[in-house]
Design a protein around this ligand. Structure first.
Ligand SMILES: [Zn+2]
Length: 290
């Protein structure tokens, strides 16, 4: 069990609360995660294992509105549990540690989730949408509508990207069969209280999500800024399709979060997934909020 499985705090935004729920953990090559940044710079901030991999979390967000019978929404589903032994080794994935057991540990039944919103459809975000029960591939959230940007959906279905193993039909077909996709074009409210900001960069159809409570907002950045060590403008991933666009998306989201004193939620950050952001001229700094 990871720290966030059992002890994630709840943040009350006023009429709605958010909690981080673990969608699992994985390791990826440190060089690929930091793009053009030389290793002597990034390795001062984060350690590597004997294969040059860094530890990442898959942080999902459970959004609970106040009141009996109120809707529950999830942002992201983590990597899921559908990996062969070799893939588990390559990515250091423990297939027993994914979103469904994390929700069960919190007393949440998957059938209580009304909506699932995805920043994009790579396997470490969409993998928990489906799982096997015996030989049958089934939806993890049997009553949920699944929200994504239409551009992302189209790119996923034609496997348009630089990583050919990351868009996986096994994560999508049970959602097709249930007619549960809700595809959106651009910005605006996806479900009451949660709106999309288009943040192209990591993929063309990437979106960040803004959760608005009565008292404050929280911003789920998605892979715009995967860890707190990716705060600087040139700290993009080698995996980003459009690094320049990602840089612009990141500075826009950080500026807005700082102006509104919104919480920011960092999707692959293993230690401090929820932070506040402060602006000092052209620089930003993060303060863990938990
Ligand atoms: Zn990711």
């Amino acid at each position: 069990m990871t720290k966030t499985d059992t002890s994630s705090p709840r943040f009350d935004l006023g009429g709605v609360s958010i909690s981080i729920v673990s969608g699992g953990r994985l390791k990826l090559d440190g060089g690929a995660m930091f793009g053009i940044i030389p290793k002597p710079l990034w390795s001062r901030r984060i350690g590597v294992d004997d294969q040059n991999r860094i530890q990442l979390a898959c942080n999902c967000v459970l959004i609970e509105w106040d009141g009996p019978g109120a809707r529950k929404t999830l942002i992201e589903t983590g990597h899921g549990a559908k990996f062969a032994q070799k893939e588990q080794e390559i990515f250091a994935i423990d297939s027993a540690n994914w979103l469904l057991p994390s929700l069960v540990a919190r007393g949440i039944d998957a059938a209580q989730i009304d909506d699932v919103i995805l920043s994009h459809l790579h396997f470490d975000h969409a993998g928990g949408l489906t799982h096997y029960i015996g030989d049958e591939l089934t939806r993890t959230f049997p009553k949920a509508a699944v929200h994504a940007q239409r551009r992302e959906f189209d790119d996923a279905r034609r496997n348009f990207g630089i990583m050919k193993i990351t868009y996986r039909e096994e994560n999508y077909t049970p959602i097709d069969n249930a007619d549960a996709w809700r595809l959106h074009d651009g910005e605006g409210e996806l479900v009451p209280g949660v709106s999309a900001a288009r943040t192209a960069g990591h993929t063309h159809g990437h979106q960040s999500l803004i959760i608005r409570g009565r008292d404050r907002a929280a911003v789920f950045l998605g892979d715009v800024m995967p860890t707190r060590h990716h705060l600087g403008a040139p700290y993009n991933m080698g995996y980003d399709l459009l690094p320049i666009d990602n840089r612009d998306s990141k500075s826009r989201m950080l500026r807005q979060a700082a102006e509104q004193d919104a919480l920011i939620i960092i999707d692959h950050e293993p230690d401090h997934p929820v932070c506040r952001v402060a602006r000092d001229g052209d620089w930003y700094s993060l303060q863990p909020a938990e």
